[in-house]
Design a protein around this ligand. Structure first.
Ligand code: NAP
Ligand code: MG
Length: 495
């Protein structure tokens, strides 16, 4: 066909750089104090050392508040208060009454949902869309769910009697601060225990807001104590002789330290640790749906997710197509202000975490991986990482074997079901995984062969308080969520 040279036929140039107008969530309704004390025995009190540390907003590096640094003496005060509350009040109270308090916490959380979501995004860097639509509603849902268990605990194990353990020491990480606090506190209270909880150093604010909610819900003093500090505070809690159970969520390295520290004691424990999940796409999958699920699986919450789908296995025949679609979709992700309602990917939680991610990007390239990052620009202040994927990596690459905990996806291909199962399982972790296929039989085959606590099929990152969560291998010991999550807070005696 002859080409027309008419000027009229000059290709129209589209402006591909259309941007949404900023849509920031308001901060006017947020009340933050200049400094926060320790929540012990139903009131806020000063740390015995008089020391405070700052928590910043990782999106602009500005200070949000000063937070008390609890030392061994403060830990002792908190544990003693939890013990007294257990002996004198909480264990004596009818279970139905305990349930009412837990429902009350859930309802106040819902009333203050906007405030909690905004503070979560400011303190931790996650996109408001996530803190508003995932973290806060799920946290309240856990309190609602376990409130329902409070007066049914004695029926939880047929033919056996179940008693609370006493005082639970709970330590949580920075990636889901409020949600992890809910995962820990709600089942502990429902089972009849009292609690001392330590949030992470970089994200203590929503746990302190939860302390205010617990105070406003009129919980008897000492039933829940929330103490802030760094790793040393956590270690003091683990080593305190008055603790009956440790519930820890965090890295595998710290999990191992805790396991050693309590070996030979009567302390019970659950450990929710790291992960390196495999998402597996077969050639018969609904490709567009799978691409969307993989994007959600690794870039949700900046990849700061223990169950992030950080490894991707694509069946060879569709590899080119899937990688092209992934790159196209990644280009449309909006990276920036966590408080903007259009933002998909917020700030990396801390400078330390960003340095760790950058280190892994270098390792990936040095090992021969081919790195792709999107062309978006990122703000000059704050901690940011563009969505990244690696191809040309091998099973032994460090970025395939080790947890990066950032928005970095490592892609491999496979030919057969047996090969992909072998590769997906060839890793020290076993927290979660995902399978994408049109065939139900393949779903059953692969999900039962994967050594992982949770495997999603044709979806990813779906959570519900009724459903247990936890890992195989170095991903942890025990389960949280559902009836499984209640059991580690109970002493079961068979009649
Ligand atoms: P982390 O460094 O292990 O810290 C977790 C918590 O432990 C923090 O509160 C930390 O305090 C405290 N801590 C540090 N050293 C301690 C010690 N020696 N004794 C007692 N407590 C100590 O983990 P992170 O970097 O905060 O969190 C990321 C990790 O959590 C990732 O590996 C992720 O996979 C894992 N995670 C697992 C799950 C799950 O359900 N399996 C869920 C979420 C996250 P400071 O922060 O103040 O130092
Ligand atoms: Mg912070």
């Amino acid at each position: 066909m002859a080409k027309t040279k008419s000027k009229k036929n000059v290709a129209i140039k589209f402006d591909t750089d259309w941007k949404y107008d900023p849509a920031p969530e308001s901060k006017d309704h947020i009340r933050l104090q200049e400094s926060y004390d320790l929540f012990i025995n139903g009131e806020f009190s000063k740390p015995s050392s008089g020391k405070y540390f700052e928590t910043i907003n990782p999106a602009n590096e500005k200070k949000l508040a000063m937070v008390a640094d609890a030392n061994e003496k403060d830990v002792d005060r908190a544990v003693t208060s939890a013990r007294t509350a257990y002996d004198k009040t909480w264990s004596k109270m009818p279970a139905k009454e305990r349930g009412k308090y837990i429902y009350r916490i859930a309802r106040i959380m819902q009333e203050r949902a906007r405030e909690l979501a905004v503070i979560e995004s400011m303190d931790g860097g996650k996109a408001i869309r996530e803190s508003r639509d995932v973290d806060v509603p799920l946290a309240a849902a856990h309190f609602f769910y376990y409130a329902g268990w409070a007066d049914k605990v004695k029926y939880a194990v047929p033919g056996a009697s179940a008693k609370p353990l006493g005082v639970a020491g709970q330590i949580i990480p920075w990636n889901f601060p409020l949600l992890m606090a809910a995962w820990k506190i709600a089942p502990a209270l429902a089972a009849g225990n009292t609690v001392v909880l330590k949030p992470a150093e970089t994200t203590p604010l929503t746990a302190l807001k939860l302390a205010e909610i617990i105070r406003d819900a009129d919980l008897p003093p000492g039933v829940v104590n929330i103490i802030t500090g760094a790793g040393a505070t956590g270690a003091a809690l683990v080593n305190h002789p008055g603790i009956d159970k440790i519930a820890f969520t965090g890295s595998t390295d710290v999990g191992k330290i805790i396991q050693k520290a309590i070996a030979g004691t009567n302390k019970k424990y659950t450990l929710e640790l790291g992960g390196k999940a495999a998402n597996i796409i077969f050639e018969d999958a609904a490709i567009d749906q799978a691409v969307e699920g993989i994007i959600n699986g690794i870039f949700f919450n900046q990849g700061h997710v223990c169950c992030a789908g950080s490894r991707l296995f694509i069946q060879e025949s569709v590899a080119k197509k899937v990688i092209r679609k992934l790159k196209d979709r990644m280009e449309t992700l909006i990276v920036g202000d966590p408080l903007d309602k259009n933002t998909d990917i917020g700030a990396i939680n801390s400078k330390m975490q960003l340095d760790k991610i950058k280190q892994y990007l270098k390792i990936g390239v040095n090992e021969g991986g081919e790195m792709f990052q999107t062309s978006c620009s990122v703000p000059s202040k704050g901690f940011w990482c563009k969505p990244t994927l690696f191809t040309n990596v091998s099973q032994s690459s460090r970025i395939v074997q080790e947890e990066i905990f950032g928005p970095v996806l490592a892609i491999q291909t496979f030919r057969t079901v047996e090969e992909v199962i072998e590769k997906a399982n060839n890793i020290p972790y076993g927290l979660s995984g995902g399978v994408w296929t049109d065939k139900g039989s393949k779903i059953f085959k692969v999900t039962s062969a994967l050594r992982a606590g949770v495997v999603w099929a044709n979806t990813y990152n779906k959570f519900d308080p009724t459903s247990p969560f936890g890992g195989y291998k170095e991903s942890g010991v025990g389960r949280e969520g559902g009836l499984h999550g209640l059991m580690p807070y109970l002493e079961v005696e068979h009649n």
